[in-house]
Design a protein around this ligand. Structure first.
Ligand SMILES: Nc1nc2c(ncn2[C@@H]2O[C@H](COP(=O)(O)OP(=O)(O)OP(=O)(O)O)[C@@H](O)[C@H]2O)c(=O)[nH]1
Length: 319
């Protein structure tokens, strides 16, 4: 048998041409001695057109690629290699059968050396893995969107409690490292039970969204985080903000929400929707972890409620 001219039998040739993957055999000079039927409609080259031409002359773009490295390893050192489908460009310019301007199909390429009559050859098998790569991309996209959604509050669209916990932990560690100022605001809509009772739960939800948007709009620095902390309770993490600055900012947020003049229930302290706000600041000796910082802000918030609502109380004032 002369492998450079034909397959041993028409039966074997038929099977090779029916294979559902690309089969290409190169001789020691990297010339194509076999090019099966699968390759023809996907490359646009018939077997006659490529036979006895160098693979790298037919596809110059393979020069310097992982496929070229695999072919050299096979023909010089008899090393077999599989080049998996990577996220980069597919190595061979192959497209779905019959479409010459469509997208390249994703490919996994195996290169296997073998000896025949004392001469070296290598077999390239090219599999279309577009389906698997597509599925993997879709799964990754889906996982990414789930991950993003799991940090967002479904009702208001701002950060949720989980996001808050992660962000506070990160900022606390940063403040501990740099000795930086870090302030925490806990905010609660006043008499919100009365709001729900008067306007209904759905209007209550709209009110929560409006307050969340107003709060988010007041936090302009890149590191600031506005979060929905609980039912009608919100939190703001303000890195690099001293207690004094945080008090000023909390007062601005309180005034901004009051100025929205959203009508409140008759039973509320004001005719419009208001916030009570508690403020605490990281302190290396006393408020140096999440639990104690939150507790201090919560105590200040409680003092704001007791003091008549629609006000800001700062940790320390509350003592
Ligand atoms: N519409 C709506 N209401 C909620 C949600 N989460 C919590 N609430 C309501 O918020 C109200 C909170 O009421 P309370 O904790 O008694 O406090 P309050 O009426 O706001 O009074 P103060 O906080 O003391 O000013 C409850 O009636 C909850 O049902 C929500 O997601 N949507």
């Amino acid at each position: 048998m002369n492998p450079k001219t034909d397959l041993a039998t028409p039966f074997a040739a038929r099977a090779v041409n029916l294979a559902n993957s690309g089969l290409v055999v190169l001789d020691a000079a990297q010339e194509i001695v076999l090019w099966n039927g699968w390759m023809v409609p996907r490359s646009g080259y018939s077997a006659a057109r490529v036979r006895e031409r160098s693979l790298f002359e037919v596809f110059p773009e393979l020069r310097g690629s992982r496929v070229e490295a695999a072919v050299l390893a096979a023909l010089t050192e008899e090393v077999a290699t599989t080049v998996p489908a990577s996220t980069g460009r597919a190595p061979f310019p192959l497209r779905a059968a019959g479409s010459f301007d469509g997208e390249r199909i994703d490919q996994a390429v195996s290169v296997t050396p073998f000896l025949e009559d004392g001469e070296r050859y290598c077999l390239l098998e090219i599999r279309d893995v577009s389906g698997a790569v597509d599925r993997e991309r879709r799964l990754l996209d889906h996982a990414e969107s789930l991950r993003a959604r799991s940090y967002v509050d479904g009702l208001t669209g701002i950060a949720n409690r989980r996001h808050f916990d992660v962000a506070l932990d990160r900022e606390l560690r940063r403040a501990q490292r740099n000795g930086g100022a870090l302030s925490l605001l806990l905010m609660d809509i006043d008499s919100f039970k009365a709001y729900n009772d008067h306007f209904g739960h759905q209007e209550g939800d709209s009110c929560l969204s409006a307050v969340a948007q107003a709060l988010a709009g007041m936090l302009k620095r890149a590191g600031d985080v506005a979060a929905r902390y609980g039912g009608e309770e919100f939190a703001a993490i303000l890195p690099d903000t001293t207690l004094l600055q945080a008090r000023v900012h909390a007062e601005a947020i309180r005034a901004h929400v009051a100025a929205l003049a959203m009508p409140h229930a008759p039973a509320a302290v004001r005719p419009h929707v208001t916030l009570s706000i508690g403020v605490a600041t990281f302190d290396m000796d006393r408020l140096n972890d999440a639990a104690t910082l939150i507790e201090a802000a919560d105590k200040a918030l409680y003092a704001a409620k007791r003091g008549g609502r629609d006000r800001v109380v700062v940790d320390g004032d509350a003592m």
